[in-house]
Ligand binder design. Structure first.
Ligand SMILES: [Zn+2]
Length: 360
């Protein structure tokens, strides 16, 4: 090391030492993965029910000294066999806890217990990245702990007036205690613009509303100092892509979401999907290419007058099966059906929802 470099590094060390522990920038040892998600393959007997009492919620990764990721056990929850629930993230310190998503309702007490293993600070802020029960299920529980719930207006609408279930029955009535109270909208004129910014515990946290993509009420959450973005479920690396179209999602919107991440993330930013492994933005490229390829092929077949059954039978995901963990038939068929519905006569979003055609 030459003397100039040594002098600079001594200066840097002195500066770091002068800064309180909670406001240091990203350190090279982060992120630290403690429990990686399972890889499978997983299978469940017919009639299997999730044994919620056996599911553990653990600290599975540390993104900075005061930014921890929580996730559930593998191999037990057939909705998410790689790790039960959707990832939750807790920023903690003297200003209280800011929580991103809540895990499922059935494991609310275990999620709180996991948080209490590293902080006794009050839970003040909760933001929902989208409406699914593995992300919002314990909203009411955490509101009762004192959290103020933030989300897109569309998510609030989806929760207050749920779309009909696949069988045509009305959706479940919401628990009023779990409905977001602090709401904002996606602004198509300024994609990537934070709707809310919190300065807490030495971090700067941006809630960035997304275009309709995984649902019409998505928010990504950026932690500027830790250099981390929670990108929720428009990207996944366990199972095929899922756009929740009845809740306003769209496969084409997922392409827009990926393109926005390309702009708001740096090459070294850690991206935290709701499920699967942690990634960098370069990992989004093959996923994007697969979406583009399948969209084009399904459009061609549908334009030729092929039925949904024919298009599903064409097995268009075959080139991707080897590299897609959790590539079940159900996951493939759902993906192809969504693309088929989207390439022609795609219903518009009304109050965060779409009225989708029913297939036999
Ligand atoms: Zn999820």
């Amino acid at each position: 090391m030459n003397t100039n470099v040594r002098a600079l590094s001594l200066l840097a060390a002195a500066l770091l030492a002068a800064v309180p522990a909670l406001v240091v920038a990203q350190r090279p040892e982060y992120p630290i993965t403690i429990v990686p998600p399972g890889k499978g393959p997983f299978s469940f007997p017919e009639g299997y029910q999730t044994p919620w009492d056996r599911i553990e919620i653990m600290v599975t990764a540390k993104m900075s000294p005061n930014l921890f990721v929580l996730h559930g056990s593998e191999g037990l929850d057939p909705a998410h066999p790689d790790a039960s629930g959707g990832r939750a993230i807790a920023l903690f310190g003297p200003d209280g806890v800011l929580l991103v998503d809540t895990e499922n309702r059935q494991v609310a007490d275990k999620t709180l217990k996991a948080i209490r293993s590293f902080t006794s600070a009050p839970i003040k802020i909760l933001v929902n990245t989208h409406i699914h029960p593995d992300h919002t299920g314990a909203n009411a529980f955490f509101a009762q702990q004192g959290a103020v719930i933030f989300a897109q207006n569309n998510l609030r609408n989806e929760m207050l007036h749920p779309p009909a279930r696949a069988n045509g029955q009305p959706g479940p009535a919401p628990d009023p205690a779990g409905v977001p109270v602090a709401v904002y909208d996606y602004n198509a004129a300024a994609p990537g613009q934070p709707a809310v910014t919190f300065n807490m515990n030495g971090e700067t946290v941006d809630f960035i509303p997304m275009m309709p993509s995984h649902t019409a009420g998505d928010t990504i959450v950026r932690f500027r100092k830790a250099n981390v973005i929670y990108i929720e479920d428009f990207y996944r690396n366990f199972g095929y892509p899922f756009a929740d179209q009845v809740n306003g999602g769209s496969i084409k919107g997922m392409l827009d979401a990926i393109d926005l991440i390309e702009k708001v993330a740096g090459a070294d930013t850690t991206l935290v999907p709701g499920h699967g492994t942690l990634i960098k933005k370069s990992d989004l490229r093959p996923y994007r290419a697969m979406l583009v390829d399948v969209l084009a092929k399904v459009k061609t077949l549908r334009d030729q007058g092929k039925s949904l059954k024919d298009v599903v039978a064409a097995n268009l995901t075959a080139p991707y099966d080897k590299t897609t963990l959790g590539d079940t038939q159900q996951s493939k068929d759902r993906f192809i059906t969504e693309v088929y519905d989207e390439v022609r006569d795609f219903p518009p979003i009304v109050d965060g929802k779409r009225t989708m055609p029913r297939h036999q």
